[in-house]
Design a protein around this ligand. Structure first.
Ligand code: ATP
Ligand code: MG
Length: 388
């Protein structure tokens, strides 16, 4: 809540100087969703020079784009002048931006409708792009024509998938189609930015849905080494908790690890980690020896990777069990009770569990005659025990 108070102070100063100013973007969105906020973005009619003159401590973070960071009570608040963008010949930076006095125009240049809601100092919402409707129906929709918006800046595709992963929203159909149409343009985006967004994708609570969308869009085929991830379609990505594991997973089926490692801006530590993990998987290094060789943190990652890779195997093993549940037994519980002349009691449950165990462990065939033989032998054993 401290952030909110600090943000309101900045709004107030701008308003008192005669300028329009609103909270905007992720902060408004996350608050409406009842989520915590981590940063404050403000959009204003004041130009960057004016913003810098109104506050004691400012940092000219991105003057060319109209962004000034105001330091208020030691918190950074990003203040950006209303702006319009035109032409994106490099798929990332607008050829030209110009400032405007219209909030509506500024909101129009934003990526998704849920990110284009502005809130004034009184708490009133300004929502010309109808972001609230999409927020309520949990739908991620582009502002304007999706193909055009993703062509302008293909990073928006990955931002969108990251929002799906973080918020658990569905993709609007046209937005999804736009993503599919221009997926290859992601090649033009710096790998630093792509890596950062992908890390966000794999860390969201809804990463399973996000990964399904990523596969559907076909975007991974345009990123170095990541097309190999297609073999993990349908796997449970919730088992992976660390972003490095997505990149490690991709490395497992690559013949040329070095060129892959050099094609992404990994830190030295990340490179080492990926190499160590992929070698350990290839060599089937036993966990105790891995622990002996490397630190516990990497052993945890190794463990997650093994669980992830084994999940299909486990699914297959479940499928191959001689029985899936009690109702698959070739004998019913009632028949068992008629075979043994004893009052009903806990022994029935114990005996059935014993039969299930023997069948699942392949020590007893799931056939009525075999099970009856087993029950007779069991009963004989009980009687002999009593005699002794
Ligand atoms: P989060 O902080 O959770 O990543 P956010 O929506 O605040 O989400 P930021 O990157 O902080 O994302 O951007 C703030 C706002 O600026 C966005 O909500 C959106 O309105 C706008 N924005 C950011 N990046 C883009 C982009 N590439 N294209 C269009 N608008 C953008
Ligand atoms: Mg933000």
């Amino acid at each position: 809540m401290k952030l909110l108070t600090v943000g309101k102070k900045v709004l107030k100063t701008l308003n008192e100087a005669g300028y329009e100013a609103y909270f905007v973007g992720g902060m408004v969105r996350d608050q409406l969703l009842g989520r915590s906020i981590y940063d404050v973005d403000i959009t204003t009619s004041a130009t960057p020079n004016v913003v810098m003159s109104l506050f004691e401590k400012t940092i000219a973070t991105g003057l060319a784009h109209g962004t000034v960071t105001v330091m208020m009570d030691q918190f950074p608040v990003e203040v950006t002048t209303f702006r319009v963008e035109t032409g994106y010949s490099d798929y990332r930076h607008p050829n030209e931006i110009h400032f405007t006095s219209s909030l509506a125009e500024d909101l129009k240049r934003r990526d998704f409708t849920i990110n284009a809601i502005a809130q004034d100092s009184e708490g009133y919402l300004h929502d010309p792009m109808n972001g609230l409707v999409d927020l309520k129906s949990r739908c991620l929709k582009c502002v304007g024509d999706s193909t055009k918006r993703f062509t302008e800046d293909p990073l928006r595709i990955l931002r969108g998938i990251r929002f799906v992963s973080k918020l658990g929203f569905n993709l609007d159909q046209k937005t999804l189609e736009g993503m599919k149409q221009v997926n290859s343009l992601i090649e033009n985006i710096s790998k630093e930015r792509v890596k950062k967004e992908l890390e966000g994708v794999i860390q969201g609570d809804f990463r399973q849905d996000a990964m399904s969308y990523l596969y559907d869009i076909g975007l991974l085929n345009y990123l170095p080494g990541l097309s190999t991830l297609s073999s993990y379609q349908g796997y449970n990505f919730n088992l992976l908790t660390h972003p490095i594991l997505l990149f490690t997973l991709a490395s497992l089926s690559l013949e040329e690890l070095n060129s892959y490692l050099m094609s992404w801006p990994f830190s030295r530590e990340e490179r080492k980690c990926i190499s160590v993990l992929s070698q350990a998987i290839a060599n089937k290094t036993p966990m105790p020896y891995f622990l002996y060789q490397y630190k516990e943190e990497w052993a945890q990652l190794y463990h997650e990777l093994i669980c992830f890779l084994n999940q299909k195997q486990i699914h297959y093993k479940t499928y191959m069990l001689p029985i899936q549940s009690r109702k698959d037994l070739a004998i019913n519980v009632k028949t068992i009770t008629t075979l043994i002349d004893r009052p009903k009691g806990r022994w029935i449950q114990q005996l059935v569990e014993m039969i299930e165990y023997e069948i699942v462990m392949n020590q007893l065939v799931n056939e009525k005659s075999a099970i009856i033989e087993f029950i007779k032998a069991y009963e004989q054993g009980v009687k002999d025990e009593k005699k002794e």
